[in-house]
Design a protein around this ligand. Sequence first.
Ligand code: FES
Length: 103
Amino acid sequence: MSWHPIAAVEEALRANPWLPAQVDGASMVLTRKGDQWFAVQDRCTHAGCPLAEEATIEGGRIHCHCHGSEFDLASGEVLQGPAEYPLRTFEVRVAGDQLEVDV
Ligand code: FES
């Protein structure tokens, strides 16, 4: 695991709610809750819907609209099925005017 640039803070602030990104071969989506940044894998673990297009966030819960699964934004754990497996999460940090992700 090592830190990689993912986006400029200014660009990420415009994302609504997700900024899709490819980092070191991993597809992920980046978002913010309060002043904290989060990145999770882009594909729902249920049937692979792209979260960048199919998911919204409410109160720290990711809701995949394909079939209704919900995940915890911070941990990726399943809060509601039909998904059975958690989302992979990535640690995000601010480095000057850039965001970096640990992949
Ligand atoms: S693909 Fe996300 S709930 Fe089915």
